[in-house]
Ligand binder design. Structure first.
Ligand code: SF4
Length: 188
């Protein structure tokens, strides 16, 4: 167990390391299957018309949280299901990848990451941006694509518009052949 996690274990976080957040929800039932701990990062460049989370768009909004305290909260939560949302998680890729790795040192969590980018674009970006690659690497399920108002639907499980896709990317980076999730029951 590394120093950071040992410090979490004794309730004394290491020197604060910031992550910009819009908020957290410890028991969401709408951000993926099951009861989930959701981390909403602050800041999004996509500016979707009809954005459901406008207050999370401004990169100067939200508040600074300490990564180690956030990790501590996630470890102590009852659920083993974690969702990264926003805002745009890939604009906080370094911080979220670090959160995921620290949590997984003591707790096996399944991670869904929402993004306004297309998966194909992220694969391209990951070739030159190691933080993007890291966040893809720790993600089990990726929900991709901007919210499109004219494709808004209430029937598309865990997504706001029908253009958005869910991929199982657990195989990444060993393979980029992600599995497209087409039925709710395939999302485990
Ligand atoms: S990606 Fe999400 S948070 Fe960003 S503008 Fe679109 S709906 Fe809003």
């Amino acid at each position: 167990m590394n120093t950071a996690v040992r410090q979490i274990g004794i309730h004394k976080p290491a020197i604060a390391e910031p992550i910009r957040l819009a908020g957290i929800i410890e028991d969401s039932i709408v951000d993926g299957p099951g009861v989930r701990f959701v981390v909403f990062v602050q800041g999004c460049p996509h500016n979707c018309d009809g954005c459901h989370n406008q207050q999370a768009q401004n990169f100067n909004g939200g508040f600074n949280a300490d990564i180690y305290k956030l990790v501590d909260k996630i470890i102590r939560a009852k659920t083993t299901k974690l969702t990264f949302s926003g805002g745009e998680p890939f604009c906080s890729a370094r911080e979220l990848a670090k959160v995921a790795k620290l949590v997984r040192e003591v707790k096996d969590v399944e991670i869904i990451t929402y993004t306004g980018y297309l998966f194909e674009k992220l694969l391209e970006m990951a070739k030159t941006d190691k933080d993007i690659k890291e966040l893809l690497s720790v993600t089990n399920y990726l929900v991709d694509g901007k919210f499109e108002k004219d494709k808004k639907t209430l029937d598309w499980f865990y997504r706001g518009s029908s253009n958005q896709r869910i991929f199982d990317i657990t195989c990444y980076p060993n393979s980029t052949k992600a599995r497209l999730i087409e039925k709710r029951e395939d999302l485990k």
